[in-house]
Write a new protein. Structure first.
Length: 221
């Protein structure tokens, strides 16, 4: 199967309102171009340097989503062009994104990452941490970030019920925040959840954005 076939097959199972982020990390530019020529415009990367050189080399109408753990000292490298940062996992990071975006005269859309898995290695806010941030005065002063929704990763397991429960939890977090803090904002609408192994479950549980890598581009080394 070609990359184009893989994209077609995924799209056939994707409701129209769910956006496909093609996760191209570790893959060479030629493979991204194959997806591009088939109409794919949104790509996800998880390393700053890699995203910067790909953005430099590839067509300028690509939308670049940063999906990994982002270090505050590296925000400045992607601030000029990044279209969505999925993994905002601390107030400190959000403030840094805001100040780097201001220097670029941009407003950068961000998703708040929540910790929904059982594994201890996954990054993200707890509800309490996010609530504290959203209620604070210094949050209300941020002008160059736009909170567009939430993101989460499920536990790496074959237990479908477990994965489903975690995605349902993220959806519940989204609804709670929407009603408590973003009821008047049309921007807060995305739920980024679902990868190659679990995106069908994620869609059933309300995902609006799936991040799919290996099913499109093949296994990574
Ligand atoms: C790598 C990665 C993906 C894609 O994983 P696949 O299993 O290859 O689809 C999705 N989200 C994040 C945050 C990732 O790091």
């Amino acid at each position: 199967m070609s990359i184009a076939d893989n994209i077609d097959e995924i799209k056939a199972n994707l409701p129209a309102k769910v956006q496909l982020v093609a996760v191209s990390k570790t893959k060479p530019a030629e493979l991204l171009m194959e997806a591009y020529r088939h109409g794919q415009r949104t790509f996800g990367e998880n390393k700053v340097q890699e995203m910067v050189w790909k953005q430099d080399e590839l067509p300028k109408d690509i939308e670049w989503h940063f999906i990994g753990h982002l270090q505050t000292n590296k925000v400045k490298y992607i601030a000029p062009f990044v279209n969505l940062i999925h993994g905002v996992d601390s107030f400190k990071l959000l403030k840094t994104i805001d100040s780097e975006a201001r220097k670029e005269n941009r407003i950068i859309p961000c998703l708040l990452q929540f910790y929904i898995a059982e594994e201890e290695t996954k990054f993200g806010f707890s509800i309490a941490e996010a609530t504290e941030m959203l209620k604070s005065e210094s949050f209300l002063l941020l002008r160059n970030v736009k909170i567009s929704g939430v993101m989460g990763m499920s536990t790496y397991t074959n237990d479908e019920a477990q994965v489903r429960k975690e995605f349902a939890h993220l959806k519940a977090i989204f609804e709670k925040l929407k009603w408590e803090y973003f009821v008047e904002s049309d921007n807060f609408k995305e739920i980024s959840m679902g990868m190659s192994g679990d995106y069908q479950i994620a869609i059933e549980e309300g995902s609006t954005m799936v991040r799919i890598g290996s099913t499109i581009f093949g296994d990574r080394n």
